[in-house]
Design a protein around this ligand. Structure first.
Ligand code: UD1
Length: 341
């Protein structure tokens, strides 16, 4: 009998996937990570190995490749799966909706087929607070209804959750984690996010501007109905996001029911404005940051932050890092990849 449980991590070289592999290895799990490396790099996998001092199985596999997934499941006995592999750019999804539906829905379809065939029951899914749109009440809790998704990316998250809800009768037990805004990098400075091209997301844009890669940050709008007029978000350290996945696996392991579909907000519960974040970044790093106020970005939600009560009660999970630490770690990582002392 094997004594360690084996977790399959799809998208294991990605931003949240790689940090989660660290948490899994540290918690004593065996890990198989797969990734196409289309939007990440092998140095992230090497970084995880060097941070943990542990080896793990990494394979370059696309979840859309049915034959490769079949081969993977036939040669491994997985106890659970964490499915990160998906595209995540809101803008790109508006330009290329078919790419997003095909990749994000298609990969889940293939995965569910093989899980069913090989009787792997437990799945943790990467969802997003984007499923709520602009909620009527904030902090938002898990019972809030889905609003019409602003982007094909958001629609894929809503659709995937619906598909997974229906999987209970197929014997698949699901925890769907609705991430708010993951930021930061591993405290070691060895791994972090690798944005492709010009970043859409706030924190990579901030750190690239501070590093001199971008001339100036534009704050998208200061006329929102918020205390300082800029949008409010719930920024959460990527390592806190990662550790919640280990708790989610343990949550499923402890349940005997064969029908589980549970959604959890994964946020800190603290609403922070874009301008507050910019000021905090300057305060903790001591670097100057060129920024200007620009027009609103189409599709942006005015304010959203989590009520994290459900996850805190069910998992005994709470965020460990605050905004200042998250930004300091993001900056440390940016300096490392740019060779800045
Ligand atoms: C969006 C999605 C989220 C998704 C994430 C990943 C929504 C509501 N949220 O998060 O589900 O997981 O993208 O890509 O769709 N900002 C600036 N200047 C910049 C960049 C951003 O002012 O250069 C502002 C934005 O207007 C926003 C905030 O910073 O108010 C956060 O933006 P961003 O990091 O892109 O994340 P979201 O749009 O919240």
């Amino acid at each position: 009998m094997k004594n360690k449980k084996r977790v399959l991590v799809t998208g294991g070289a990605g931003y949240i996937g790689s940090h989660t592999v660290i948490e899994l290895l540290n918690a004593g799990y065996e890990v198989t990570a797969i990734d196409t490396l289309e939007r990440s790099e092998i140095r992230i996998v090497e970084g995880v190995k060097s941070i943990t001092g542990m080896d793990f199985d990494f394979q370059k596999i696309d979840c859309l490749d049915e034959a490769a997934m079949e081969q993977l499941f036939s040669s491994n006995q997985f106890d659970s799966v964490i499915h990160f592999a998906a595209y995540k750019s809101v803008n790109e999804s508006v330009e290329k909706p078919l790419l997003y539906y095909k990749n994000n829905i298609g990969s889940l379809m293939v995965l569910l087929e093989v899980m069913k065939r090989y009787q792997v029951h437990d799945l943790i899914f990467s969802s997003s607070c984007t499923v709520y749109g602009q909620p009527d009440q904030i902090p938002v809790d898990e019972s809030a209804p889905f609003k019409r998704a602003e982007s094909p990316y958001g629609a894929t998250k809503q659709l995937c959750e619906r598909i997974l809800e229906d999987m209970a009768t197929e014997g698949i037990r699901v925890v769907s984690l609705r991430y708010f805004n993951p930021i930061g990098a591993h405290p070691s400075g060895i791994i972090g996010e690798l944005p492709i091209g010009v970043p859409n997301n706030l924190v990579p844009y901030v750190t690239q501007t501070a590093a001199g890669v971008r001339a100036q940050l534009t704050v998208f709008g200061n006329d929102y109905n918020t205390p300082d007029g800029s949008c409010l978000r719930d920024f959460i350290h990527v390592c806190d996001v990662a550790s919640a996945h280990v708790k989610a696996i343990q949550f499923l392991e402890a349940k005997s029911s064969d029908k589980i579909f549970e959604t959890f907000n994964l946020g800190t519960g603290v609403g922070v404005s874009v301008l507050e974040l910019v000021k905090k970044f300057i305060e903790v790093t001591g670097v100057t940051l060129q920024y200007k106020i620009g027009p609103r970005r189409p599709g942006d939600v005015e304010k959203v932050y989590a009520n994290p009560q459900k996850i805190s009660t069910a998992f005994g999970w709470n965020a460990r890092y605050d905004l200042g630490q998250s930004l300091a770690h993001a900056w440390q990582w940016e300096k490392r990849i740019r060779g800045i002392q």
